[in-house]
Design a protein around this ligand. Structure first.
Ligand code: ADP
Ligand code: MG
Length: 696
């Protein structure tokens, strides 16, 4: 086989017959038998007792031990739901949906009734809901309305080891709820052993360990660095399929595009091998995949075949699929990281941490001894990977968090009870950006517009776009644009009909704007009665557009509650571009060469993305703003709109003035510097005052 390219690491591995070890109990056992088989079941009563006797408990258990699916049900069975809901937070939307579905099946009900879930823009709960799974972001927003979380008798903060931004903020907020409400119970779960830190944070609370039940995993490192890990992973998966006993395969990739490429290439090769080869069921999973397709990863492969799941790091700890004996790990993951040079967040591919690599390989040893192929060298593992990942709060833009905490009247952000406070620099930058958007005033306090922005479950610039749109009389159009920006791209491009689909896409192009292109497409869809067949004729995904319509409705409802008028600008789309500019002037770029722009504030080169209408039509206006940057071979601007330089000066006077000369640039710099200093000193003064108050 192709194992010759890898060398083994663990010596203790013995060549058990894998088909024996891979007990297919799930195929034969009833759901309640499966529940009783989970490690957490053996300690159920002790666990409930510890929770009864302590307001806060940290629970540690290997991935797959039953923490997420069982503990909510145990609390329900123990009577917690008689007085309120049991909530369970997840850092990932896919996990919240998938786990809720599983638990509602285990309880024999319909999803959305007794067991439900809520993620941003999607609330699948009812009055009957007693167990509610949700993203940590949803619970965080609930604390805005209901500071003491009175609807809940208990919250399980799941996957705390992930240290997602929202979970980290919830840590601070829930610690206050625990102090105020004696009848409230909090369970924090972690798949790793960093539990001591969590226990200390809550003042030395008990840590409950669920004894694990895992099998050895042989780890194979690549002898040489891999140039193309998609290709290497495909090759390895084929080798496993042809040369290894039965057992499913799990491949870790960083994101949707790679996953699709991997699946496509795997399928092609399997087809090429013909009928001599047993069937391989290839199943992708990533967050934007429709949920019915996501659920397929849990289906058992038919007798005589094998399944191969190709996943983002969602399958690292959030979701457990039984029967995996082979893991192929590319060694990379996508992370959102604040790039101070660009002054914004960007999703970038990074090497995973050693801890993550070990989590990934562990996925092969749940139902029997397994094997993990790492597509990187052992030297790289030791010398290049960080021991653990950097918590999100220390690496991303904190705009949303700052807005939220300010509206919870946390005036001094540095004094908020963070487990690991964000670097002051990050806080100051985020405050500066909110100040530039007009959400904070010179003293760092929320402005009236900032207060309105908090009401929307959107990133601050998008909320600003809606509010300016309302002022300019084009909220109707901006609502559509914001909704389209909140869902995945609606275009699909089947590899075998690429040209045809590109031609269909071009029909919607509005020369000066990708934002307006989206608006145009949506309006055409509406004109055609929101029909699904119209969508497929135009290579559009009806599901995505329907989702955008739902999002639009929810945002419109919030505007109505806030008594913000929704008017249409009719055919005056210049006004719409102006509203877009008002929210994204910080992402302005100026034409430098053919298709080449430079960021107006930083001078960093950036390029029109080939999917852009401007690129497609070869239109290169002098000034544009972009929605976000993506890094692939170079820095591409995603979703671009042409703007007038006067608008930049009108909305972003701290950055731009109409006549760009030396003194006006100096002037703008001085203004920015003064604002940053004001933010810093505001925080310094507040911190000193708080310290003084504590001392007294
Ligand atoms: P933990 O949270 O400790 O990692 P979970 O509660 O997520 O563990 O998983 C317990 C078991 O439930 C696993 O064996 C997993 O395979 C199974 N499971 C979870 N979700 C589903 C699902 N949607 N379909 C089938 N099995 C599932
Ligand atoms: Mg879990």
């Amino acid at each position: 086989g192709e194992d010759g390219d890898y060398k083994g690491k663990s010596q203790f591995f013995t060549h058990l017959k894998k088909s024996e070890a891979n007990s297919d109990f799930a195929r034969n056992k009833t759901m309640s038998e499966q529940r009783r088989f989970l490690p957490v079941y053996e300690v159920r009563d002790e666990l409930l007792q510890v929770i009864r006797e302590n307001q806060v408990v940290i629970v540690v258990g290997e991935t797959g031990s039953g923490k997420t699916t069982q503990m909510t049900q145990y609390l329900h069975e123990d009577g917690y739901t008689d007085v309120g809901m049991v909530g369970c937070t997840q850092p990932r939307r896919v996990a919240a949906m998938s786990v809720a579905k599983r638990v509602s099946e285990e309880m024999g009900g319909e999803l959305g009734q007794e067991v439900g879930y809520a993620i941003r823009f999607e609330d699948c709960t009812s009055e009957n809901t007693v167990i509610k799974y949700m993203t940590d972001g949803v619970l965080l927003r609930e604390t805005l309305r209901e500071g003491d979380l009175d609807n809940y008798s208990a919250i399980i903060m799941d996957e705390a080891h992930e240290r997602s931004l929202n979970t980290d903020v919830l840590f601070g907020i829930l610690r206050q709820v625990v102090a105020r409400r004696r009848d409230f119970h909090l369970v924090v779960t972690s798949a790793t052993l960093d539990s001591k830190k969590f226990a200390d944070f809550f003042g030395g609370v008990p840590v409950f360990n669920i004894p694990g039940r895992t099998f050895p995993v042989e780890v194979m490192f690549s002898k040489t660095p891999q140039e193309d890990y998609v290709e290497a992973a495909v090759k390895q998966a084929i080798a496993v399929h042809l040369g290894h006993p039965e057992g499913d395969i799990l491949i870790f990739m960083t994101g949707q595009e790679e996953i699709e490429a991997t699946c496509f290439s795997l399928q092609e090769r399997i087809d090429h091998l013909g009928e001599k080869v047993p069937p391989l069921l290839i199943l992708p999973i990533y967050s934007q995949l429709p949920s019915d397709l996501q659920a397929k990863i849990f289906d058992k492969a038919p007798e005589g075949s094998r399944k191969c799941i190709v996943s983002t790091n969602i399958a690292e700890t959030s979701l457990t699929v039984d029967g995996i004996l082979y893991v192929i790990d590319t060694g990379y993951c996508k992370m959102k990281v604040y790039n101070p040079k660009m002054g914004m967040d960007a999703l970038q591919v990074f090497p995973e941490s050693q801890a993550a690599a070990n989590q990934r390989s562990g996925r092969a040893g749940r139902t029997g001894p397994g094997t993990c192929w790492r597509l990187f060298t052992e030297t790289a593992f030791r010398q290049e990977l960080l021991a653990v990942s950097v918590p999100e709060i220390q690496r991303t833009n904190l705009g949303n968090v700052v807005l939220l905490l300010k509206s919870l009247n946390v005036d001094n952000l540095l004094d908020f009870g963070f487990m690991d406070p964000p670097p002051k620099e990050n806080l100051v930058n985020s405050m500066f950006q909110l100040w530039a958007l007009g959400a904070l005033d010179n003293t760092g306090a929320l402005t009236p517009i900032g207060r309105k922005m908090v009401e929307f479950p959107l990133d601050p610039p998008l909320a600003k776009m809606l509010l300016v749109g309302a002022e300019l009389g084009c909220a109707d159009e901006v609502l559509v644009i914001v909704s389209m920006l909140s869902v995945p791209s609606a275009f699909f491009r089947p590899p075998d009909r690429a040209e045809e689909s590109d031609a269909a896409r071009e029909k919607f192009f509005v020369p000066e704007s990708d934002h307006l292109t989206m608006l145009h497409m949506y309006q055409q869809w509406k004109k055609n009665g929101y029909r699904a067949d119209w969508c497929s004729d135009h290579f559009l995904q009806a599901k995505v557009l329907r989702k955008a319509k739902e999002v639009r409705q929810q945002l419109a409802d919030i505007m109505e509650q806030q008594k913000i008028p929704i008017r249409s600008a009719g055919s005056d789309w210049d006004t719409v571009r102006k509203a877009i500019c008002a929210a994204y002037f910080h992402n302005a770029a100026k034409l430098k060469g053919i298709g080449e722009y430079v960021n107006c504030r930083t001078g960093i080169p950036c390029f029109l993305h080939p999917s852009s209408a401007l690129y497609g039509l070869g239109y290169t206006p002098d000034y544009i703003i972009y929605h976000e940057l993506v890094y692939t071979t170079k820095e591409y601007m995603q979703c671009v709109t042409a703007v007038e330089p006067e608008w930049l000066a009108e909305f972003g006077p701290m950055f731009f003035s109409i006549k760009e000369n030396h003194s006006s640039r100096l002037d703008a710099r001085a203004k920015q510097k003064a604002a940053k200093l004001a933010m810093e000193s505001e925080m310094g003064v507040a911190a000193a005052a708080a310290a003084k108050a504590r001392a007294e």
